[in-house]
Design a binder for this molecule. Structure first.
Ligand SMILES: Cc1ncc(COP(=O)(O)O)c(C=O)c1O
Length: 385
């Protein structure tokens, strides 16, 4: 292990965000990674063939090294979206005749890809609730992969990550987790025994609602196979977006810590308000998996959902009255945004399945930003009154 690598692994996450990865600009001495716009590179002087779709340009490498430090990974691949990252991992690891276990309340896009397309490739799957014992009992001789998400979208359910990793390891099954909601600041699944972490970098990693990207982080051996599939599928990230992402990652820990602190305060406020029927936030002691969340997360994250009491007001009326918090889709940015999952992220899920999942038409999902919590709470209060 090189001295730099050793230093990176012992640094605290705040320092890793600022100082790991990057590109040493020996030409000018500038302390930021230059933007390398070339998509074409000379090859006679080197054995390495550099090309954006080979996932090895200087700007891609600069970000991957930072993300590896943040997630405790050996290697990684950057993609043009979270879905490009997720689909590439699934296509790299699964073949016709394989069986996969999929947590049932994962992100709608991942759910739609699996339920809509796996059968075309001869891949079988079982959907399971967020419970490690249910995962264990769904294992078949042909099970090759387990895909989980924790906390989940939009109900903030928690999966016992160590439990899932343990049942999979015993049987040599790959485990993949979507760590988008927690971010590496609040949760490091590789350290809990998971094989592969995926992110929609469009959310917390980017953090300013101005880019779209994805990432996969894992061991060197697994990334080698995933990179080969990625080169075929081609969802690579351009240098300009890599540069924006690298800059964003320098402030990841301060942003997410502030967002998490704000979310905790708002969750407490909402859970004591008479016009709120229920609040889903893993940092509330009333959350059914609070103890599991505490054992596997550094912080409880900045996403929460809540249901208004329909006797007083419906969600659409409430959204129209908000003055600071913006009704918008996506999540993880510095500004607080809110959406109704029934008409946005879960619009494609039938009303009956939504009801079964516990997603009511009045449920609201809040992505808490870095504003002052008092201003956010004041906005919620005036809209509820
Ligand atoms: C948890 C989660 N995973 C994956 C994705 C897909 O990411 P992208 O939109 O960057 O493709 C999303 C998008 O909302 C998400 O919320």
């Amino acid at each position: 292990m090189s001295i730099q690598k050793r230093k990176e692994t012992i640094m605290k996450i705040e320092t890793q965000c600022v100082h790991t990865g990057g590109f040493e600009d020996t030409l000018t001495g500038g302390i930021n990674t230059p933007i390398f716009t070339s998509s074409v590179y000379r090859y006679l002087e080197t054995d390495i063939r550099i090309y954006p779709r080979y996932f090895n340009t200087p700007n891609q490498n600069a970000v991957v090294r930072k993300l590896c430090a943040l997630e405790g990974a050996q290697d990684g691949v950057l993609f043009s979206s979270g879905m490009a990252a997720i689909t590439t991992v699934l296509m790299a690891l699964l073949s016709s005749g394989d069986h996969a276990i999929i947590q049932d309340d994962i992100y709608g896009g991942t759910h739609a890809f699996i339920t809509g397309h796996f059968s075309r490739y001869g891949i079988e799957y079982t959907l399971v609730p967020n419970n490690a014992e249910e995962v264990d009992s769904a294992i078949q001789p042909s099970t090759k992969l387990i895909f989980i998400e924790s906390p989940t979208n939009p109900l903030l359910k928690i999966m016992d990550i160590r439990g899932v990793a343990a049942v999979a390891r015993k049987r040599g099954i790959f485990t993949v987790i979507d760590n988008t909601f927690a971010s590496p600041v609040n949760q490091n699944p590789l350290a809990l025994g998971i094989d592969i972490v995926v992110h929609s970098g469009t959310k917390y990693l980017g953090g300013h609602s101005d880019l779209c990207c994805g990432a996969v982080l894992s061991s060197g051996a697994l990334i080698e196979g995933i990179r080969k599939m990625a080169q075929n599928l081609g969802g690579s990230l351009n240098a300009l977006t890599c540069s924006l992402l690298e800059r964003s990652l320098k402030t990841l820990s301060v942003r997410v810590e502030r967002q998490t602190e704000n979310a905790k305060g708002i969750a407490r406020f909402l859970s004591s308000h008479p016009r709120v029927k229920s609040v889903n936030y893993p940092g509330l002691e009333s959350h059914p998996q609070y103890e599991i969340a505490r054992s596997q997360m550094r912080g409880f994250g900045a996403m929460l959902s809540f249901e208004l009491d329909p006797v007083f007001l419906n969600s659409r009326q409430f959204l129209k009255k908000l003055m600071l918090i913006t009704p918008a889709v996506s999540l993880g940015g510095v500004e607080t945004i809110i959406c109704e999952p029934a008409t946005t992220s879960h619009q494609k899920v039938s009303a009956e399945v939504r009801r079964r999942m516990g997603i009511s038409d009045n449920l609201l999902r809040l992505s808490v930003g870095i504003e002052h919590a008092d201003d956010l709470i004041e906005d919620l209060v005036q809209a509820m009154d």
